[in-house]
Design a protein around this ligand. Structure first.
Ligand SMILES: Nc1ncnc2c1ncn2[C@@H]1O[C@H](COP(=O)(O)OP(=O)(O)OP(=O)(O)O)[C@@H](O)[C@H]1O
Ligand SMILES: [Mg+2]
Ligand SMILES: [Zn+2]
Length: 272
C-alpha cells in the first residue's frame, strides 16, 4: 500500500476529482493503492485510488440508488422499443440537429429548448408542438428529437405514428371481420406523448377526417400533449382536416415553422 515518494507524487497528479458520497455529500476517504509490478503492466498504470465506503447507512442508500438507476435505464430501453420509432429515428437528437442551417432552424431550436424546459407545465396543460414546413426541412427530425429527449430524461411513454401509414393499416384492418380496432385506436388516443408525423399528406376523405377528429378531440379533452409534423400551414389546416379538428390542434400547439431548403437535397448536392 505504501509507495515511494515518487510514486506518491505521481499518484497525486492522477487524482483528478474528489469522490463524494452521493447520499450525504461528504468527501470520501481516498487511499492510493499501488499495483504490484505485474498488474502495473497489465493495467498500464502504477495503481489506483481506492475510496473507503461512507457510513453503512449511506452505503445502503447508494446501492439502492445504483439499483434504481439501472432499473430506470432498463425502463428507458423498453420505452424506446415500444415507441414505434425506426432505427434511424432512434438516432434523431437535438445534438445532431444543425440549427445553423437557416434562421428558421435557429428559431425552431430555441422554441424546442423552451418547450423542453417547461415540459412539466406543458404536459399538465396538454400543450404540444406543430412543426410545419416543406419537404426535408427537418420536421420529423426535430419532433422525434423532442420525443427521444422526453423519453430518456422524463421517462414518459411515447408513441410515434406516421399518420398515412396508420390510417392505411386501420382501413385495411376494417375489412377483416373480428379485428378489435378499438384497442389500436385507444393506444394512439391515450399515449402520454404522441407524435403524429406527416399529418395531412393524405387525401382527406370523410373517413380520414373522422378518424383524425376522434384522436385529436380525445387528446384535447384529456389534455395529452401531441407533436405534429405537417406540410400544411395554419391557414390551410381547416380546409384540409375540417374546422373542428383544426381549431383543436391550433388551441393545443405552439407553431414551429421550418421553411427552408430540403436538407436531404443539400446533402447530396454538397457531397456531405
Ligand atoms: N438541420 C438539420 N440538421 C441535421 N440533419 C437534418 C437537419 N434537417 C434535416 N436533417 C436530416 O435530413 C433528413 C430529412 O429531415 P426530416 O425527415 O426531418 O425532414 P421532414 O421535414 O420531416 O421532411 P418530409 O416533409 O419529407 O417528411 C433527415 O435524415 C434528417 O435527419
Ligand atoms: Mg417528415
Ligand atoms: Zn455518505
Amino acid at each position: 500500500m505504501s509507495g515511494s515518494s515518487a510514486s506518491r507524487k505521481q499518484a497525486e497528479a492522477l487524482k483528478l476529482d474528489d469522490k463524494i458520497c452521493p447520499h450525504c455529500g461528504r468527501e470520501l476517504q481516498a487511499e492510493w493503492v499501488e499495483f504490484p509490478p505485474a498488474l502495473q503492466k497489465k493495467y498500464d498504470k502504477p495503481g489506483e485510488w481506492y475510496y473507503h465506503p461512507c457510513t453503512p447507512e449511506c452505503e445502503k442508500k447508494n446501492d439502492q440508488r445504483e439499483w434504481e438507476l439501472s432499473r430506470r435505464e432498463a425502463r428507458v430501453t423498453t420505452l424506446r422499443e415500444r415507441s414505434g420509432l425506426s432505427k434511424r429515428m432512434k438516432g434523431y437528437a437535438l445534438d445532431n440537429f444543425d440549427h445553423y442551417v437557416s434562421p428558421a432552424t435557429t428559431r425552431a431550436r430555441i422554441k424546442v429548448d423552451e418547450y423542453l424546459k417547461n415540459w412539466e407545465e406543458n404536459r399538465e396543460a396538454g400543450r404540444g408542438l406543430y412543426f410545419c414546413g416543406g419537404v426535408g426541412t427537418g420536421k420529423t427530425h426535430l419532433a422525434v428529437a423532442v420525443m427521444n429527449e422526453i423519453m430518456a430524461r422524463k421517462r414518459v411513454p411515447s408513441l410515434f405514428v406516421t399518420v398515412p401509414e396508420f390510417l392505411d393499416n386501420l382501413r385495411e384492418a376494417y375489412m377483416i371481420p373480428g379485428r378489435d380496432l378499438d384497442e389500436w385506436m385507444d393506444t394512439v388516443k391515450n399515449a402520454d406523448l404522441l407524435v403524429l408525423d406527416d399529418l395531412g399528406s393524405e387525401r382527406p376523405t370523410e373517413w380520414v377526417r373522422e378518424r383524425l377528429f376522434v384522436i385529436v378531440n380525445h387528446r384535447y379533452r384529456e389534455a395529452l400533449p401531441t407533436l405534429f409534423t405537417s406540410n400544411i400551414g395554419p391557414k390551410d389546416l381547416a380546409s384540409q382536416l375540417g374546422e373542428r379538428t383544426a381549431s383543436r390542434i391550433i388551441a393545443m400547439c405552439d407553431w414551429i415553422s421550418l421553411e427552408g431548403e430540403d436538407y436531404r437535397e443539400a446533402i447530396v448536392r454538397e457531397g456531405r
